[in-house]
Design a protein around this ligand. Structure first.
Ligand code: ARG
Length: 271
């Protein structure tokens, strides 16, 4: 069970960071009046090209509450608010592009988007294709099982089971480490649905997302024992040093002013 730990980023995380023991539950007000959400289908409208200097285009996958999710027609969440604050500090307007999670890095490489903000875990693999800013959140992968499941109690007992994940995520990676039967879904929500329908044995997904998804589903429970420790950062196209520096400056300011914590607290209620 320890073998996948080698592949994980074992950061020494600043003690000031968030999420000591946080649960999810608040339902934040949308604050996205100025936000322009565009799905990839609407791409041909080319409303806010990356080249237009006053827009910062954020690629995300809005199936990831509380970091990014739809509220009405708008994508809201922790990442959206952080990215908007970063954009503001650069004198730019944020423009959100919702796409499949595994399209985010390609969108950066092809310059369709400037930043990837999607609860994206820093991994060595991804670092080969994109650069990451400083991290802004600590997270972990956790296991979700049926509420009445007494057999799967943690990382060791999930080995060899049918595990559902969101395609292309670190959950996908770790599940593939412990079983040959991984069911990949486009949305974490679909994995949890399959679990409650008894189609799969467990789901491996990010902790806060697990809590958010399980909160809506009495058939399932989230196991306490974290499967991995991870950290999220914003991804940008490689060698875009200036942009990384600008974002890091903005993130530092958000951390120091307490604004980052405020954003997190708005979406995650501490237990
Ligand atoms: N933290 C995980 C990863 O980086 C999952 C991220 C999924 N994000 C999303 N917006 N759907 O692989």
């Amino acid at each position: 069970m320890k073998k996948h730990l080698k592949t994980i980023f074992a950061f020494a995380m600043a003690a000031t960071m968030i999420f000591a023991a946080a649960g999810c539950g608040s339902s934040p007000e949308p604050t996205s009046d100025e936000q322009n959400v565009q799905s990839t289908e609407g791409e041909e409208e080319a409303e806010a090209p990356s080249e237009s200097g006053d827009t910062l285009i954020m690629a995300t996958n809005a199936e990831f509450p509380p970091y990014e999710f739809y509220e009405g027609g708008d994508v809201v969440g922790i990442d959206v608010e952080i990215a908007r604050a970063v954009a503001e500090s650069m004198g730019k307007e944020l423009h959100v592009e919702d796409m499949a999670f595994d399209s985010i890095i390609p969108a950066l490489l092809s310059e369709k988007a400037d930043i990837g903000a999607a609860g994206m875990t820093v991994t060595e693999d991804r670092k080969a294709s994109v650069d990451f800013t400083d991290t802004y959140v600590k997270a972990s992968q956790v296991i979700i099982v049926k509420a009445d499941n007494t057999e799967i109690t943690g990382a060791d007992s999930v080995e060899g089971k049918v595990i559902g994940v969101q395609l292309g995520t670190t959950g996908d990676l770790y599940a593939s480490d412990v079983t040959d039967t991984v069911e990949r879904y486009n949305k974490g929500f679909e994995a949890v649905q399959a679990l409650s329908q008894g189609k799969i044995d467990a789901v491996i997904i990010d902790d806060q997302v697990a809590k958010a998804l399980a909160a809506d589903n009495a058939d399932v429970k989230v196991l306490d024992e974290p499967f991995t420790e991870e950290e999220y950062a914003i991804a940008v196209k490689k060698d875009n040093t200036e942009l990384v520096e600008q974002i890091n400056t903005a993130l530092k300011e958000l951390k120091e002013s307490g604004k980052l914590q405020e954003i997190v607290d708005k979406y995650i209620t501490a237990e």
